[in-house]
Write a protein that binds this ligand. Structure first.
Ligand code: PBG
Length: 331
C-alpha cells in the first residue's frame, strides 16, 4: 500500500461519529452465521453441568429440545450435535446405531423444530472405549490408529445421521480420505443433497481440553498427534484443506479459531469456499474464568474476538456463545 502520495490523509476523519464509523465498518457479526454446539445424552430431564464450561450442559433429548427452542428464539438458526452414548465399545457401535443418541436427538429436533439447521459431528471418539477417533490396533510397540478401516465406520455414521434428518454432516475425525468415503456413501444412499462441513484444518490442540470432559472423549492412552495437525504447520494445513476440497467438501472448517486466524485467512483466500471457524471449548472456558473473576468484560471480549474471526475470513462461526451473541446483537 503506497501511502506516500497523500501525506495529509488521516484515517481518523472516518472515526468522528458513531454513524461515520458504522458507514465504513468492513465486517460484522450476524446471528444467521452462528452454530451452537450441544451435547446430548440418554435419560430424561437431565441437565448435567459441564464443570469447565459454565453455562454448558450434557442434555437428555427432552432438555436438548428446550435448548434448541431457546436458541431459535434468540435468533440462532443452527446447532451442532455431539453424542454421549450410554455404553462404549471397540468399534464405536453407538456412532452408527439407528437408535444411537445423536440419531434420536436429530429425529426429535427435526420433528419439533423442522427449520432449525441440524449439523452432526461425525467422529468415533465419544463412542470408543479407548477414546480415539478411529479403530485402534494394539501391538508390542504400542497402539496405532488404523486409517482406512475406520473410513467405513465414519461413512456409516454420517449416513445414519442423514437418515435421521441431519441437514449437514461434519466429520471431525481427521482420518485421510474420509470426506470422499462419506460423500460416496451419502450419494449411494440418496443423500446427495446433504452437504459435508469438513473439519479440514484441525490441529492437535490443548484448547480441546474442556470439551473432552464435556463429551467424555479423552483418549485413554496416547494422544491424537498421529491424525490431528501439528500447530507449527501452516502449509500442511493448506494441503489438508486442498485434499478435502478435492474429495468433495462443501464447507471448510478451521479449528481452533483464535490461535489460528492466519489459517482462516489463508483457507478463505485460497479456496473461496464457505469457511467456518470453531471457537473451541478452552477459548470459551478461558473467557468464562476471567469473567467470573471480574477481570474482563465478557460481552466486549466475546464480540471483539468473534469479529476478528469474521475479519480473518470466517463466514460461519461455531461457538458456545451463539445464543448470547445473537441476543447481544439484537440489543
Ligand atoms: C471430536 C471432536 C473434538 C472437538 C470437536 N470434535 C475433540 C477432539 O478432537 O479431541 C473439540 C471441540 C471443542 O474443544 O470445543 N473429535
Amino acid at each position: 500500500m503506497n501511502v506516500g502520495t497523500f501525506p495529509e490523509y488521516r484515517p481518523r476523519r472516518l472515526r468522528g461519529s458513531a454513524a461515520l464509523r458504522a458507514l465504513v465498518r468492513e465486517n460484522e457479526l450476524n446471528a444467521r452465521q452462528l452454530i451452537l454446539p450441544l451435547f446430548v445424552r440418554g435419560g430424561k430431564k437431565v441437565r448435567k453441568p459441564i464443570g469447565s464450561m459454565p453455562g454448558c450442559f450434557q442434555l437428555s433429548v427432552d432438555e436438548f429440545l428446550k435448548e434448541c427452542a431457546d436458541a431459535k428464539a434468540a435468533g440462532v438458526n443452527a446447532v451442532l450435535l455431539f453424542g454421549i452414548p450410554d455404553t462404549k465399545d471397540e468399534k464405536a457401535s453407538g456412532a452408527y446405531a439407528k437408535n444411537g443418541i445423536v440419531q434420536k436427538a436429530v429425529r426429535a429436533v427435526k420433528k419439533e423444530i423442522p427449520d432449525l439447521l441440524v449439523v452432526t459431528d461425525v467422529c468415533l471418539c465419544e463412542y470408543m472405549s479407548h477414546g480415539h477417533c478411529g479403530l485402534v490396533h494394539q501391538h508390542s510397540g504400542g497402539a496405532t490408529v488404523k486409517n482406512d478401516p475406520t473410513l467405513k465406520l465414519l461413512a456409516r455414521a454420517a449416513a445414519s445421521h442423514a437418515e435421521a434428518g441431519a441437514d449437514i454432516v461434519a466429520p471431525s475425525d481427521m482420518m485421510d480420505g474420509r470426506v470422499r468415503a462419506i460423500r460416496t456413501e451419502l450419494d449411494a444412499r440418496g443423500f446427495d443433497q446433504v452437504p459435508i462441513m469438513s473439519y479440514a484444518v484441525k490441529f492437535a490442540s490443548a484448547f480441546y481440553g474442556p470439551f473432552r470432559e464435556a463429551a467424555e472423549s479423552a483418549p485413554k492412552f496416547g494422544d491424537r498427534r498421529s491424525y490431528q495437525m501439528d500447530a507449527a504447520n501452516g502449509n500442511e494445513a493448506m494441503r489438508e484443506a486442498a485434499l478435502d476440497v478435492a474429495e468433495g467438501a462443501d464447507i471448510l472448517m478451521v479449528k481452533p479459531a483464535l490461535a489460528y486466524l492466519d489459517l482462516i485467512y489463508r483457507v478463505k483466500s485460497e479456496f473461496g469456499y464457505p469457511t467456518a471457524a470453531y471457537a473451541v471449548s478452552a477459548e470459551y472456558s478461558m473467557i468464562k474464568a476471567a469473567t467470573e473473576k471480574g477481570w474482563i468484560d465478557e460481552k466486549a471480549i466475546v464480540l471483539e474476538s468473534h469479529l476478528a474471526m469474521r475479519r480473518a475470513g470466517a463466514d460461519i462461526i461455531i461457538t458456545y456463545w451463539a445464543r448470547e451473541i445473537a441476543r447481544w446483537l439484537r440489543g
